[in-house]
Write a protein that binds this ligand. Sequence first.
Ligand code: FES
Ligand code: FES
Length: 166
Amino acid sequence: MSKRQTIRLTLNGEPREWSVYPNELVLNVLREQEFLTGTKYGCGIGECGACTIHINGEPILSCLTLAIACEGKNIRTIEGLARDGELDAVQTAFLDHSAFQCGFCTPDMILMTRALLNEIPNPTEEQVRDYLRGNLCRCTGYASIVRAALDASVLNARRGVPSVEE
Ligand code: FES
Ligand code: FES
């Protein structure tokens, strides 16, 4: 069996050292070693978006990403999106619009929307739908999620949050 390797990275703003096998996925390390279960296991093959996290500010599918590829990187999960006790504008907008039902897709939808607003601070509805097209929701029909994303851009601008976080 291959040997574990030690890697160093930043997770939700905190330094971390992970001991991982070469074939271990970030998704499994987050859920089983860090107990950060907001990142969901959906399809496991890159088709549902449930496992979305940010790596160096970019949205990444953690079910397709090896942990050893995260050496020196900056990972953010849904658990680390609020800052100093204040919810991110996207989280607030999702709450305001009740943009969830079972909640399974909510962490990935919020992280994708955050990445969208970092890239396009004032998106159109078409841009929102296009950006979120790889993230599946089995419950809401998407309308409330799109409304929340559009409102989040307004709230974001009002708060003056920097467009690129890391
Ligand atoms: S679990 Fe990663 S894309 Fe579905
Ligand atoms: S709220 Fe249930 S999958 Fe989206």
